[in-house]
Design a protein. Structure first.
Length: 451
């Protein structure tokens, strides 16, 4: 079995599938991050949630990942006047998400894959294209510049959002991919640890500075620093295109993020010089070419990062893939068909919810009605725990609930919450008995389609 791309998805898949197939070859265009000085220590971090945790447990790597995690119980909203408000993500103590360094997580996964003994890691091997008639991928050895073919026996393409394997099908209906780029981009900045190594913001929260059309967020790292991400339009009056010199950056940050600006030592040069990242959604009509090639992870379904679910979804892919393989065996066409028919609607559902969540994070969280709806949702969950689970909780804390179920139920729940809170400003103005009766009439208990 050949896997292309040793990012989170390809490496975890190799680790899990090494239990089932005799030999796996994992090809990666980059250098081994465990040997590259400095690279792996970059503090770019991701939010890990229940689906990701379940996958890491399935691969038996959670004991190695746990020391890397910083738990976040909710959002810390930073208002423009510097005041803060903490909003819990869930109501149970175990309902939290975790900040984890992308580089360190990748290292743990590579070690785990290597320890299996039957995963052969090939670094600096770059796929150039895929030939679907010959069922071969053309690969260039970056050390020697030699180009050679690998057979799709099968080929699992985990080569990320810009997948060259997916691009090899452009213009054909076999995969039918579309990529929609957001008009918003992002830049990463850092708040270093304080003089004694202490956190300069509360480390138990994901910090958000919501400003309507744009926002700044911060996730803690175990070393006491925070990685910040500024999400903003690429072009326009208030956009990255206007943040080009010290004056414009200083004015922008002092007007919108004054409390954060004082904590970022190299603010102007970082904003001007750090690379501008693109955001987009990749959707495909199909993910596989017969039993030869399968797209997985971001290569199949990149989503915008506003629900913190891209990696969690990619990890869920790995768990599902193994489950289907364990049922069917090495009949790859059937494995791929089953995988696609189960997961494609889930990927589209989280892609939609991630887009919606950008509006929630940068804008709706400031609305008092949002807070009231959230309070009511928690109350209904306490009274009807198997029928009313807030949508955010279904996505982040309930790995057993498919994304499409979370989306469908979430839409009904939102309608009900809007109806119950339409004439209320506080929860004691709502007839809770009537609300409970309505929920019982309209929503069946949540059914999981997972074993
Ligand atoms: C700003 C930002 C914040 C995010 N935050 C979160 C978050 O909080 N939580 C979350 O769950 N997700 C988050 N995501 C999404 C997450 O990063 C991705 O969904 C996840 O990394 C996908 O993993 P992957 O292995 O499929 O792809 P990748 O991580 O992109 O890995 C692809 C691998 O393939 C290799 N490769 C690419 N092309 C070739 C080639 N031609 N030949 C050989 N190798 C190749 C690459 O070098 C790479 O190692 C975020 C994304 C962004 C952009």
């Amino acid at each position: 079995m050949n896997i292309l791309g040793a990012g989170q998805c390809g490496t975890l898949l190799a680790t899990i599938m090494a239990r089932h197939v005799s030999s796996i070859d994992l090809y990666e265009r980059g250098v081994d991050p465990r040997k590259a000085d400095g690279h792996a220590g970059r503090s770019i971090n991701l939010a890990l949630a229940a689906r990701g945790v379940r996958a890491l447990e399935t691969a038996d790597v959670m004991p190695h990942v746990e020391p890397l995690l910083v738990p976040m119980r909710g959002r810390m909203i930073h208002d423009i006047d510097g005041s803060t408000e903490f909003q819990r993500y869930g109501q149970r103590d175990d309902e939290q998400i975790y900040s984890v360094s992308r580089g360190h997580l990748n290292q743990v996964l590579l070690n785990a894959a290597e320890e299996r003994g039957n995963v052969n890691l090939h670094f600096q091997q770059e796929a150039l294209s895929y030939n679907s008639s010959l069922c071969t991928a053309q690969v260039r050895d970056r050390n020697s510049n030699k180009v050679y073919d690998i057979a799709a026996a099968p080929l699992i393409a985990a080569d990320g959002a810009g997948s060259v394997i997916r691009a090899s099908y452009d213009g054909s209906d076999l995969i039918g991919a579309s990529r929609s780029l957001s008009q918003h981009g992002y830049k990463e900045l850092v708040i270093p640890a304080g003089p004694g190594g202490e956190f300069q913001l509360d480390p138990g929260a994901l910090h958000i500075w919501p400003r309507g059309g744009f926002m700044l967020i911060a996730l803690p790292n175990p070393g006491g620093d925070f990685t910040l991400t500024l999400f903003l339009e690429n072009e326009g009056e208030q956009s990255f295109s206007t943040l080009t010199d010290e004056q414009s950056v200083t004015t922008f940050f002092e007007s919108h993020f004054a409390d954060a600006a004082v904590l970022i030592p190299d603010l102007c040069s970082a904003v001007i010089n750090n690379p501008l990242g693109m955001l987009g959604t990749v959707r495909c009509r199909h993910w596989h070419d017969a039993g030869n090639m399968l797209l997985i992870g971001d290569a199949a379904h990149a989503v915008v990062p506003f629900h913190g679910q891209g990696m969690n979804l990619a990890f869920e892919d790995c768990v599902l893939f193994e489950r289907i393989f364990a049922e069917i065996g090495a009949d790859w066409q059937r494995v791929f068909e089953n995988f696609e028919s189960t997961q494609l609607t889930n990927a589209n559902a989280i892609a939609d919810m991630a887009l919606e969540n950008y509006v929630e994070m940068r804008d709706t969280v400031r609305d008092p009605k949002f807070a009231l709806r959230k309070e009511l949702a928690f109350e209904l969950e306490r009274r009807l725990p198997d029928r009313f689970i807030p949508r955010y909780s279904m996505v982040m804390f309930h790995a057993e609930i498919p994304y499409r179920v979370a989306k469908d139920r979430g839409e009904i729940q939102l309608r009900l919450l809007e109806q119950f809170t339409s004439d209320a400003e506080q929860i004691d103005q709502i007839d809770l008995e009537a609300a409970v009766a309505t929920v019982v009439r309209q929503l069946e208990p949540v059914a999981s389609d997972r074993p």
